[in-house]
Design a protein around this ligand. Structure first.
Ligand SMILES: *[C@@H]1O[C@H](CO)[C@@H](O)[C@H](O)[C@H]1NC(C)=O
Ligand SMILES: *[C@@H]1O[C@H](CO)[C@@H](O)[C@H](O)[C@H]1NC(C)=O
Ligand SMILES: *[C@@H]1O[C@H](CO)[C@@H](O)[C@H](O)[C@H]1NC(C)=O
Length: 225
């Protein structure tokens, strides 16, 4: 079919090929793969596999499978960062399985921080519901972009970029974030490097950060590394 068309209608063929190329690029650049059915409530009794959980039998699906109240609860911020996160991902809310979407609740005490971290599998968008926060992100070209946000204001963090939220106000900040993955992954930069198990050798971190091993040991001690 395309050969017949190409000889007679080069313009249409161009549009067709361009559309296919665009679709291919879009599919390969988007985050989670598109679902193949209306829903696939995760059967969490079975291990998480390549692209999620197997689907629970439709006959066992109930209204509750489409709702999750985990983000309605207040979180303690009584820790060294002064912040807490409740993740509403597929592990907590199996109804998200294969749908390429999830949300978190983030609370930050005055002076506290949701420390520099990244999500390897998702772009993040967020809205500040309460408080005043400095939201910052750093590009792969080491450019730092930041802004102070208050209630109702939104931000976006492109997939995989290091970012943070810092409470610069006097009241507890509340933020809801959304991701285009059912399991975005969360790499806390400091913990990743200095609190891994087993630990990254001191020599490696000392050389990488251009500091003495004693400095590495001090930071490691804060993260249980
Ligand atoms: C915060 O945590 C510390 C130790 O983990 C505890 O001693 C303290 O009572 C807690 N404070 C509040 C307000 O819960
Ligand atoms: C927002 O902050 C105000 C003042 O601190 C507080 O009364 C209110 O309960 C908070 N709202 C939420 C959704 O946390
Ligand atoms: C955010 O507010 C703080 C304190 O008011 C200020 O020092 C800082 O420059 C502001 N940052 C931006 C990016 O506007």
């Amino acid at each position: 079919m395309s050969i017949a068309i190409s000889s007679r209608r080069p313009r249409e063929t161009f549009v067709l090929v361009a559309t296919l190329v665009f679709n291919f690029l879009f599919l390969s650049l988007s985050s989670d793969p598109d679902p193949l059915q209306d829903f696939c409530i995760g059967d969490t009794s079975v291990a998480f596999s390549v692209n999620g959980f197997p689907c629970k039998a439709s006959s066992d699906v109930t209204a509750d499978d489409f709702f999750y109240d985990g983000l309605s609860r207040e979180i303690s911020t009584n820790n060294s960062f002064g912040s807490g996160v409740i993740m509403g991902n597929v592990l907590a809310f199996p109804g998200l399985n294969t749908l390429g979407i999830s949300m978190n609740r983030v609370e930050i005490a005055p002076g506290g921080i949701n420390p520099p971290h990244l999500h390897p599998r998702a772009t993040e968008s967020g809205i500040v519901v309460n408080g005043t926060v400095l939201v910052g992100l750093i590009t792969t070209g080491n450019v730092f972009y930041s802004k102070n946000l208050t209630a109702g204001e939104m931000f976006v963090v492109p997939r995989g970029l290091v970012h943070f939220q810092f409470n610069i106000g006097t009241e507890k900040a509340l933020i809801f974030t959304a991701f285009n993955s059912h399991l975005p992954g969360n790499v806390l930069v400091a913990v990743n490097l200095f609190g891994s198990n087993p630990a990254v050798p001191d020599d490696v971190l000392s050389k990488a950060f251009l500091v003495d091993r004693s400095v590495v040991d001090e930071i490691k001690s804060k993260f249980g590394g």
